[in-house]
Structure formats: structure tokens, C-alpha cells
Design a protein around this ligand. Structure first.
Ligand SMILES: Cc1ncc(COP(=O)(O)O)c(C=O)c1O
Length: 435
């Protein structure tokens, strides 16, 4: 907090497309897509119109025992994303809660069908599913969650595959070891395991760590074989981030639960949704006296303003994906990252898939290290502001997560600003390396 207060604070007052403007009129490209949510840019006229139209009707209706038309229509839109295979939708108000709901539904489902021993959760190393206690329990982010460890429930982790690609070029892949480890865990624990949860294709908070194509399909197969629910946490990866509406669709996977948030409302309003199958839904159907009720409700779940914007966003996103615009942007992002950083003396690794990417910094003298409190990534992100860019660091890495609608010249600005900032900041850190 001291560090935050010591640095110049940026008060953002306006958004224009992929740009944010501060109180002094300085313009910054939003290289963080407002914490990975922004799809069509800021202040989008179509989304604004949808929001205003809903506002003229009603701003909030509880979904606790009530309903509103926009929520029903959005639930149908979302079900269509799964080709109707996950026709049931539970609305919440953020990504963590979308995951909490999937976990709780899975736990309760096994109780309701008379298999209460199935309680455990399997997750992958590097996982991040949110900051609530349930999501921290199934996460694997020591930096964020270690302090709360003694309050968390146990979950079993299997090792993420080693995979890295950029501009469509695969640099290395090792997925069999990961799948074998998972199968061994399932063999030993499936009768006591309710579900497996995973961020498919890219683990954002782990530093945009990638899995190879086909990995999630293999995980799905193992879940089916061992009768364990598959939860896909697509809070980060859906709505164009990896080039399609969902990774599930891209990889031909049908999970038992699909968690959505972030890009769902294109960065306008807080909203989460958990989709599930008819089979799971039906286990909860019963008379009140049977005690099958799923007790989970948030005050702003399925808020009509969010639902209206989400519908308008989906309507715009479908033709954008079909036009090939996203694929072109992703390819350009990859090429620009490669050109700027492949031979950079301070870049140890780089990767990109869809509109996600990361570079990991290191000392030019590769045999030496930076002390962790040197904060290389943070310093580069501060310097990038002077070059008209808001970008998010993670340790010694910089994460590229621009709005989905980013244009060609803006992608070039994004990479150029990080390159300039890195070249300004990193050579001076060489003096502070340790062996
Ligand atoms: C994969 C994933 N799941 C869940 C979450 C939590 O979402 P929220 O911050 O909306 O609670 C995040 C947030 O970054 C995420 O990346």
C-alpha cells in the first residue's frame, strides 16, 4: 500500500474505444482490458444503448423467487453457446461466485443421488479460480492465498503440462506426463471425488500459462471414464479471448459446469453465470419437503442491466469472430511479441495464444538472478504509462490482455510501449542482480 501511495495515482475519467483518459487528459491504451473484461472497447454506442433501454424499464429485479425477461433471454443465448447441451443457467455477480456455484452444485448433486462420499476436488497446479474461500481452496496461487491456507479445504493438484506457443508456432509441449499423473489420481480417488476444475487452454493468473490443443479433450475423457464432474472455468478464456466464444466450443468439450464472467458483460457490469446440464438440474427438482433446494443467492444475481449488456455484446461478438477479425488480431499480436522480444536480452520466455500473451524478464547475465523485491515487472508497467499504456505486471512478467476489439495500430502501440519501457527500466536493474 505504501508503494501504491508513493507512485502517481491515475484517476481515469473517460473511455474511448480501447483507450482510457485520465483527469489531466492523458490517453492510455488499455492493455489490461480493464482486468480482462473488455470486449468491444469502452463507451461502446451499442452497449450504451442496450444499457439505457434496460434502464428505462427496470434497473434491478431479484432472481430469488422472481424473474425478468432479459435474464431468461440471456440464459437461452448462453445455452446456445453449448449447442443446448448445457441448457440450465445459474446467475451470480462475479467469476468467483460462478465457480463457487459450480463446486456447490457438484457437491450437492452427489449427495442428492445417494453418493455422499464423492466430496473431493481435483485441480491443476498454477490454478486460479477466485478469491473466496471455496475458490482459494481449489486454487494454487501461493502468492495470493498462502496467508489464508489454514482456513482452506483440501484439494488434490495434478501438474500442469509444459506448453508454450507464440504466433501459432509451438515451442515445446509435454502433456502426457500431466495426463498420466491425473489418471493415477483418478484411479486412486475417483470414488471420493466430486469434480475436477480447470481453466482450459490458458491459466491467466498463473502468467498466461498454456496447455496444448487437445489437452482439455483428454481431461474430459478421463473425467467421463472415472465418473467425475468436469468444471471448465472460462471466466477468463470465453467471449473471444482465445478466438472463439468459448474454449469448450473450440475444443469440442462438453463440461458438466461452464463458469462465465468477466467478458460476459464486455466489462460493463459485474455478472457471473454457471451453465449446467439437464441431468444435473433434474437432481435438484423436488418438493420443498425433500430438501433438494440449492441454497445460494446473491442480491445482484442476474441483474437486468448486466443481462441487457451481455445480450448486446454477444450480438456484436458473433459476427466479429465470423469475420476473421479476431484471428487476424491474435496473429498480429503474436508476430509483434515475437519481433520485439524473441531476441531481447532481458526476455527469458514469451508466449501468446488468442488475445493473451506474456513475456518473462530476466537479467541479461542469465546465470544471475534478481532479488524478488526488485519488482522488474511492476517498474516496467509504471514506465509504460509514460508511453501511453496501462499494462499489468505479474512478478517479473508483463501480461498482454487487450480488449478483444483492439485494432492493428493499437496492437503495435501496445508492444512498442512495453518494449520502450523495458529498455528504459531493465538495463539499470543489472547492477542489482545476485548470483
Ligand atoms: C479463471 C478465473 N476464474 C475466476 C476468476 C475470479 O473472477 P472474479 O474476479 O470476477 O471474482 C478469475 C479472475 O481473474 C479468473 O481469471
Amino acid at each position: 500500500m505504501k508503494e501504491y501511495l508513493a507512485n502517481p495515482r491515475v484517476h481515469l475519467v473517460r473511455g474511448e474505444g480501447c483507450w482510457l483518459v485520465d483527469a489531466e487528459g492523458r490517453r492510455y491504451l488499455d492493455g489490461n482490458a480493464s482486468v480482462w473484461t473488455n470486449v468491444h472497447g469502452h463507451n461502446d454506442p451499442d452497449l450504451n444503448a442496450a444499457l439505457k433501454a434496460q434502464l428505462a424499464q427496470v434497473a434491478h429485479v431479484t432472481l430469488l423467487g422472481m424473474n425478468h425477461v432479459t435474464a431468461t433471454e440471456l440464459a437461452e443465448d448462453l445455452s446456445a453457446l453449448t449447442d443446448g447441451k448445457l441448457p440450465r443457467c445459474f446467475f451470480t455477480d462475479n467469476g468467483s461466485n460462478a465457480v463457487e456455484v459450480a463446486l456447490k452444485l457438484s457437491f450437492q448433486y452427489w449427495q442428492l443421488i445417494g453418493r455422499p462420499a464423492k466430496r473431493g476436488v481435483i485441480a491443476m497446479t498454477g490454478a486460479y479460480h477466485g478469491d473466496t474461500f471455496g475458490t482459494m481452496s481449489v486454487g494454487d496461487h501461493r502468492g495470493f492465498h498462502q496467508r489464508f491456507e489454514s482456513w482452506l479445504f483440501a484439494s488434490t493438484k495434478f501438474t500442469a503440462p509444459v506448453h508454450s506457443e507464440c504466433a501459432g508456432c509451438v515451442q515445446q509441449t509435454e502433456m502426457q506426463a500431466s495426463l498420466s499423473e491425473l489418471e493415477a489420481i483418478l484411479k486412486a480417488q475417483a470414488t471420493e471425488t466430486a469434480c475436477l476444475i480447470i481453466e482450459p487452454r490458458v491459466q491467466g493468473a498463473a502468467g498466461m500459462m498454456q496447455q496444448p490443443q487437445g489437452f482439455i479433450k483428454a481431461v474430459e475423457k478421463l473425467c467421463r471414464q472415472y465418473d467425475v464432474h468436469l468444471i471448465l472455468d472460462e471466466v477468463f478464456t470465453a467471449f473471444g479471448r482465445l478466438g472463439a466464444l468459448t474454449v469448450a466450443e473450440q475444443e469440442g468439450v462438453v463440461p458438466d459446469f461452464l463458469c462465465l464472467a468477466k467478458g460476459l458483460t464486455a466489462g460493463y457490469l459485474p455478472m457471473g453465470a454457471t451453465l449446467t446440464s439437464e441431468k444435473i438440474y433434474q437432481a435438484f427438482a423436488g418438493e420443498f419437503s425433500e430438501g433438494r433446494t440449492f441454497f445460494h443467492g446473491h442480491t445482484f444475481s442476474g441483474n437486468p442491466l448486466g443481462c441487457a449488456v451481455a445480450r448486446a455484446s454477444l450480438k456484436k461478438l458473433r459476427p466479429m469472430i465470423a469475420s476473421g477479425q479476431l484471428a487476424e488480431s491474435a496473429a498480429l499480436l503474436g508476430r509483434e511479441i515475437e519481433t520485439a522480444f524473441a531476441a531481447h536480452p532481458h526476455v527469458a520466455r514469451y508466449r501468446q495464444v488468442g488475445l493473451t500473451g506474456a513475456i518473462d524478464f530476466c537479467p541479461a547475465k542469465r546465470e544471475r538472478h534478481w532479488p524478488t523485491d526488485l519488482r522488474a515487472g511492476y517498474k516496467v508497467s509504471l514506465a509504460a504509462r509514460r508511453h501511453g499504456l496501462i499494462i499489468r505486471p505479474l512478478g517479473d512478467s508483463i501480461l498482454f490482455v487487450p480488449p478483444i476489439a483492439i485494432k492493428t495500430d493499437e496492437i503495435r502501440h501496445l508492444i512498442k510501449a512495453v518494449r520502450l519501457a523495458a529498455d528504459e527500466v531493465l538495463p539499470a536493474l543489472e547492477a542489482h542482480t545476485i548470483s
